[in-house]
Design a protein. Structure first.
Length: 229
């Protein structure tokens, strides 16, 4: 477990370094301003939000999974509700922060608007289908980590309906396409850079936090490692 988190820190450091290097090499990433605040500042916020979000989830999941710390302090139902509020506030801050970057840095992408809008339209299709599939087959409570709080989730079968029939990691593969769409429709290089960071960093969360947790939960409670394969 410690090794996974060490990898997390190392990869995050590499991502932050690469992002900073990209901004230094290409000043187009910091062109513009919004509300008297520079694009560079908005971009820093858009990079910081996913880090804060994923550290929040890491601490909440691990403290609950290993020590039931949230449930013992607030009760299982209220504790999960409080965690969920924090989750969705930070999750919602991701597209909001990138939208602010996109507006501040709009028009910096050297691409035909027709091409950019066409790509955005193509990306929108699997993103909408994912939202439907999560609502119809998966459930939002389970999607945000309900199985760390409620053992009854651990008895549910593997979801194979909707978009989940094509990939077991649909939320990470398609869920962040909205961030790319925001950068494309605004023709913003900085917004696309922030979208790339978000999309890469969520996979760090998957391999360093979620996958080990799922192995522990389902192997311990059901002996069913195939569920998270």
């Amino acid at each position: 477990m410690f090794e996974r988190q060490t990898q997390h820190v190392l990869i995050l450091t590499a991502l932050l370094t690469a992002t900073a290097a990209a901004v230094i090499r290409n000043d187009t990433f910091v062109v513009g301003q919004l509300g008297g605040i520079s694009t560079g500042t908005w971009l820093a916020i858009a990079i910081g939000v996913p880090v804060l979000h994923q550290v929040y989830v890491l601490l909440a999941w691990r403290s609950e999974l290993h020590h039931s710390a949230i449930s013992r302090r607030f009760g299982k139902e209220r504790g999960f509700r409080l965690y969920t509020i924090g989750f969705f506030l930070l999750f919602g801050a991701r597209p909001v922060s990138i939208l602010l970057v996109a507006i501040s840095n709009r028009g910096t992408l050297g691409m035909s608007p027709a091409v950019a809008f066409t790509i955005a339209g193509v990306l929108l299709v699997p993103w909408v289908y994912l939202g439907y599939s999560v609502h119809r087959y998966f459930g939002f409570e389970r999607a945000v980590g309900g199985d760390h709080f409620d053992v009854s989730y651990r008895e549910l079968p593997l979801v194979t309906g909707g978009i989940f029939r094509y990939t077991g990691n649909a939320m990470y593969t398609f869920g962040f396409l909205l961030l790319w769409i925001l950068g494309l429709v605004s023709l913003s290089q900085a917004a696309l850079l922030a979208a790339l960071f978000n999309h890469l960093y969520i996979w760090v969360h998957y391999y360093s936090t979620e996958l080990p947790d799922m192995r522990l939960i389902y192997e311990r409670d059901r002996g069913d490692a195939a569920k998270i394969s």
